[in-house]
Design a protein. Structure first.
Length: 97
């Protein structure tokens, strides 16, 4: 399992817009071949802090996600709403197998 945990800090005035745009990306991403999970989390202490947990069956499926029209629209739409650059951290999924 190929996992990326993405940390996102959004400008306060764009939180609602970010959630709307991210919902559209999420709904399309969970239908991609090889997608196992695509969870979007929001901090209860700081509404501007988000985490995306993206799990794919393998590296090829994860890379293909970055070429999908929905991801490209999301990336370009939310770019100016970031309070700082988003940060993706790669993990190997061990369980479930």
């Amino acid at each position: 399992m190929f996992v990326t945990v993405v940390y996102v800090h959004v400008k306060p005035e764009h939180v609602a817009d970010f959630i709307d745009a991210t919902r559209i990306n999420h709904e399309a991403s969970i239908r991609e071949p090889g997608n196992l999970r695509f969870d979007i989390l929001q901090s209860p202490e700081d509404a501007t802090q988000f985490v995306a947990y993206e799990a794919y069956a393998g590296e090829a499926a994860a890379r293909a996600h970055k070429d999908t029209p929905h991801y490209l629209v999301w990336r370009d739409t939310v770019a100016g709403w970031m309070a700082e650059p988003r940060r993706g951290v790669r993990y190997d999924g061990l369980f479930p197998e």
